[in-house]
Design a protein around this ligand. Structure first.
Ligand code: SF4
Length: 216
């Protein structure tokens, strides 16, 4: 079986997941955002890193009137000072390594300036689904079969109502299906770009791009 078929099979598995059962697992562990800002900021000198897909970048561009570069940067894994090729975009960061859309009140309460348009990975934090081809790292298993994972987060264990759990479960499914679709399309379009020194190329579901989002 080739890689694309394996990803397509995994996408079928994601589509068949029961939203109600996922919501049951989310309700069992409990979650409510405390607005601590930990998932939007730098930690221990490591820049904030969250995957963002091309359509999500364009939505953020349109609604914030920012350039591609001001919304997204090449995913740093796989590239160095000497350049290289990478396979995802990450949300852009500020000089101190926080997400470019993060804001903080004087009392330290965190907030997102693009809450309605935030990427799927932000909408579903701290949860992930352990399916092959979806984003890593996944966090610790929090349900019986290890499908639902959760990253360390101070909001875990707090009560969540059924409607919110169902909404979160549906968005988790949508995120897994989107990640797998992006991965399938990336494989279909990928051709090694062999960039010259100090040049970065990002391969995504639409082809090879420069760091400013323009096609190569
Ligand atoms: S887009 Fe919003 S929710 Fe996502 S990391 Fe940035 S500030 Fe946080």
């Amino acid at each position: 079986m080739d890689d694309r078929q394996a990803l397509a099979d995994e996408r079928d598995r994601a589509r068949a997941l029961s939203t109600a059962e996922l919501a049951d697992a989310i309700e069992a562990i409990g979650f409510s955002c405390t607005r601590c800002g930990a998932c939007c900021t730098a930690h221990d000198d490591e820049e904030h890193t969250a995957t963002v897909f091309p359509d999500e970048v364009r939505t953020l561009q349109t609604n914030t009137e920012r350039s591609w570069n001001d919304v997204a940067r090449p995913m740093p894994y796989g590239i160095s000072e000497a350049g290289g090729e990478t396979f995802e975009w990450a949300l852009q960061t500020t000089g101190c390594g926080d997400c470019a859309f993060y804001t903080e009140d004087a009392d330290g309460t965190g907030g997102c300036t693009v809450h309605e348009d935030r990427p799927l990975i932000c909408q579903t934090y701290p949860f992930s689904l352990a399916l092959s081809g979806t984003s890593q790292p996944l966090g610790e298993p929090v349900d019986g079969d290890g499908l639902l994972r959760a990253h360390e987060c101070e909001g875990l264990g707090r009560s969540i109502d059924r409607d919110r759990a169902l909404e979160l479960a549906a968005t988790l499914k949508e995120r897994a299906i989107t990640e797998l679709t992006e991965a399938i399309e990336l494989l279909e379009r990928y051709e090694p770009a062999n960039p010259p020194d100090r040049t970065v190329v990002v391969h995504d579901s639409e082809g090879a791009k420069r760091p400013d989002g323009t096609e190569l």
